[in-house]
Design a protein around this ligand. Structure first.
Ligand code: PEP
Ligand code: MN
Length: 263
């Protein structure tokens, strides 16, 4: 599918990066410039935040959407941001290029139906206790309501393991790509909860054939209002993007090889 001048799925590998939440214009613009320089094509940032605690930062709302669109004007990055309720779909679609459905909303069918009627591609995150079949059923709700442009996102599931925030189900990528034609991306940030694990999980995503990544990046993660422990600094993000290059080159060669063999 196409988002502005970006192809998602097919041969391309698309990196979406940015802070967990839009906190200020300075924070977002600095992050946008850093991630575009490192090779990201899409800027992420939540303006409406679904938080496990009602006492946590809930996002800047419309003000956050305006900051996101300023960052798009400044850098040419496309924007992905979360929508939590059906009533917000139209407003957010006026600002966003891709509508994100969070793990806590994967089974919000009223939201999925509203997104089916929306003119923007949807990035659908796997519910933290959802099977892949559940994820595909939710994608189908969006498609059946009129919107065929759904990107699936593996972001880790809840298991008995406590060493990581969630457990990255890396097999989800080849399974989903076998049974569905939809693009599949991986979010190594929420999957691990730990900054140091993000680059290696990103590498795993490339190797298993994911179509892209969703990664949290912050100018000073220790001061982030949400998800600081899993956010990369600008230089860590840059390094991760450089580290991925040989793996992406290999993936390209393998794709060419398979095309020649099947021709
Ligand atoms: C996010 O992307 O910041 C987010 C809230 O993710 P998830 O819905 O996967 O927890
Ligand atoms: Mn987050």
């Amino acid at each position: 599918m196409r988002v502005r001048d970006i192809a998602i799925g097919g041969d391309s590998f698309v990196v979406m990066a940015g802070p967990c939440a839009v906190e200020s214009e300075a924070q977002l613009l600095a992050t946008a410039e850093a991630v575009v320089a490192a090779g990201a094509r899409v800027l992420r940032g939540g303006a409406y935040k679904p938080r496990s605690s009602p006492y946590s930062f809930q996002g800047l709302g419309v003000e956050g959407l305006k900051i996101l669109s300023k960052a798009r004007d400044a850098t040419g990055l496309a924007i992905v941001t979360e929508v939590m309720s059906p009533e917000d779909v139209e407003l957010i679609a006026d600002y966003a290029d891709i509508m994100q459905v969070g793990t806590r909303s994967m089974e919000n069918y009223a939201l999925l139906e509203a997104l089916g009627r929306c003119r923007r591609p949807v990035l659908l995150k796997r519910g933290m206790t959802a099977t892949l079949e559940d994820l595909l059923c939710s994608a189908q709700v969006i498609v059946m309501n009129g919107n065929p442009e759904v990107i699936l996102c593996e972001r880790g599931i809840r298991t008995f393991e406590t060493a990581t925030r969630n457990t990255l189900d890396i097999a989800a990528v080849p399974v989903l790509k076998t049974v569905s034609h939809l693009p599949v991306i991986v979010d190594p940030s929420h999957a691990s909860g730990v900054r140091s694990l993000v680059p290696v999980l990103a590498r795993a995503a490339v190797v298993v054939g994911a179509d892209g990544l969703l990664v949290e990046v912050h100018p000073s993660p220790e001061q982030a209002l949400s998800d600081g422990t899993q956010s990369l600094t600008f230089s860590q993000f840059h390094e991760m993007m450089d580290d991925l290059k040989p793996y992406l080159a290999l993936r390209g060669q393998l794709q060419d090889f398979h095309e020649r063999v099947s021709a």
